[in-house]
Design a protein around this ligand. Structure first.
Ligand code: SF4
Ligand code: SF4
Length: 479
């Protein structure tokens, strides 16, 4: 039977207890849905009368990334050394902070006395060496697909995924900036030219934000040289604008999460994310401007996706964009060109939907995602500040404990993406899905709850489901 996380699912034999809490079943969803049947009629009525709000898919413009008071007085840009993947990838940082490992293991043992010892660096190194087994999603076939996309990503810029600045084709070289500056007649013409180029590179969406120092990594950290980099001293120009591009991942491949199969579309999108960012940077250089392409490195991608008006930050920590939900990767291109019609952050109704949904939280195998009813300025999973070193504190949002998420990845033998697969916004781009999404901006909370239950009834978003893996392999090249 499929369910959001199968309690028989064992990412590897020695970690069964830590990842196997039973969660919602489809049957339970059906019962809840039937109970809510009368209210469901209300949704139908809302849908029938919904044409007048179809334009809401565009969202409502906001003045800032979060409403007034959404940022604490002590908020400061994230130190990249506190990003989980940077920390795990750096030998020097692990030596400097042995207390982080000790404290995390103390928390794990408190929650489960039999929990095996965890080591950020050693377990990360062992992540993709987990043996294949006779289980859909973890066979030689799935492993071969996973490693095929990894094999090309690593030639492009493997380490940008870990936050490494200036890696591979995303290097900071500015020697090819054209001497002559191309002149656009208007900001609109320049904006459309950038977006047209993004479409050629294969981006699903593109928006242009003003450079905002609040959401950069400061300092950045070069894991290869084990040294910090600063925006003022090391970046070769003063950025004014950020081109943000989204790269879609395959719906049916993500649906196999957290199996190794899902890792394939993630790595493939990372490859496009890096090549597209490098191409856009080169385009700007060809127009006579300085530019640097980035993937996960240099700045918080979700924040920049919001600043560029492309979506909203969600409970699961991802950007949710209209049409594809959180099934996207994000690249950023920093440039000193500033003759644009800048985008504004927009309210698409996502945060309010997340308050009532929580489906990613119930589907998360490591229980890393917050179950809080409302977002908060600071993490709520621990009172101990030392335990929340990995969070961007002081920003009004749902705070996950990425340490737990990361630990699951290392046990699973790949990234996970179950919180993407489970999300009701993550659906193929059919007109009726977009129509329902458009209503979220004005729909009350009880409608959101029913929408969530309907997703469960119709089998959307179940994770750790072997049938989804079998279905993926039988699709062939059908989209
Ligand atoms: S990717 Fe991480 S946060 Fe998302 S469901 Fe998996 S373990 Fe949980
Ligand atoms: S699953 Fe629900 S709560 Fe989680 S991000 Fe998606 S809409 Fe928000």
């Amino acid at each position: 039977m499929s369910q959001e996380f199968d309690d028989n699912h064992t990412p590897n034999n020695d970690t069964t207890e830590s990842v196997s809490e039973p969660v919602e079943h489809v049957d339970k969803g059906k019962r809840t849905f039937l109970k809510l049947g009368v209210a469901g009629a209300g949704v139908a009525a809302a849908t029938a009368g919904g044409a007048f709000i179809a334009h809401k898919l565009e969202g409502t413009p906001m003045d800032d990334i979060v409403p007034p008071d959404g940022i604490a007085k002590d908020f400061k840009p994230m130190d990249q050394r506190n990003l989980i993947l940077t920390f795990a990838g750096s030998e020097a940082l692990n030596k400097k902070h042995p207390e982080r490992k000790e404290l995390f293991n103390k928390v794990l043992k408190k929650e489960n006395p039999d929990h095996p010892e965890f080591d950020f660096r050693k377990d990360y190194k062992a992540m993709r060496t987990r043996p294949i087994r006779d289980e859909p999603g973890y066979t030689q076939l799935d492993k071969a697909l996973q490693m095929s996309t990894m094999s090309t990503w690593k030639y492009v810029s493997h380490n940008e995924g870990n936050g490494q600045p200036g890696d591979g084709i995303l290097n900071w070289d500015q020697s090819s900036v054209a001497k002559q500056k191309y002149k656009f007649d208007s900001k609109n013409e320049a904006t459309l030219a950038i977006k047209s180029a993004a479409r050629i590179y294969g981006a699903q969406a593109c928006g242009i934000a003003r450079f905002d120092r609040r959401f950069v990594y400061e300092p950045m950290y070069d894991m290869a040289k084990e040294e910090t980099l600063s925006w003022d001293k090391d970046v070769p120009f003063e950025p004014k604008s950020v081109i943000v591009m989204l790269w879609e991942m395959d719906y049916h491949c993500i649906a196999t999460a957290p199996a190794w199969t899902a890792d394939a579309t993630v790595a493939e999108a990372y490859t496009r994310q890096a090549t597209g960012a490098a191409q856009m940077a080169q385009f700007l250089k060809g127009l006579g401007h300085h530019a640097i392409g980035a993937g996960n490195d240099m700045a918080n991608s979700v924040a920049y996706g919001v600043l560029a008006g492309l979506g909203e930050g969600a409970r699961n920590g991802h950007l949710i964009a209209p049409e594809v939900g959180c099934r996207v990767r994000i690249s950023k291109v920093f440039t000193d060109f500033d003759f644009f019609d800048y985008a504004q952050p927009r309210d698409f109704g996502v945060k309010s939907f997340c308050e009532h949904c929580k489906r990613c939280a119930t589907s998360c195998p490591s229980k890393a995602i917050s179950f809080d009813d409302k977002p908060s300025l600071y993490p709520t999973y621990s009172d101990n500040k030392e335990d929340t070193w990995n969070n961007l504190s002081g920003l009004y949002k749902f705070h996950s404990d990425a340490k737990k998420c990361f630990m699951f990845w290392t046990q699973n033998g790949s990234g996970c993406a179950a919180c993407i697969a489970a999300c009701p916004y993550n659906k193929p781009d059919f007109w009726h899905h977009r129509f329902i999404d458009a209503q979220n901006v004005i729909a009350p909370g009880w409608v959101h709850s029913i929408m969530r239950e309907m997703d469960i009834v119709f089998g959307y978003g179940n994770v750790a489901d072997p049938e989804k893996v079998k279905k993926f392999w039988k699709r062939g090249s059908k989209v």
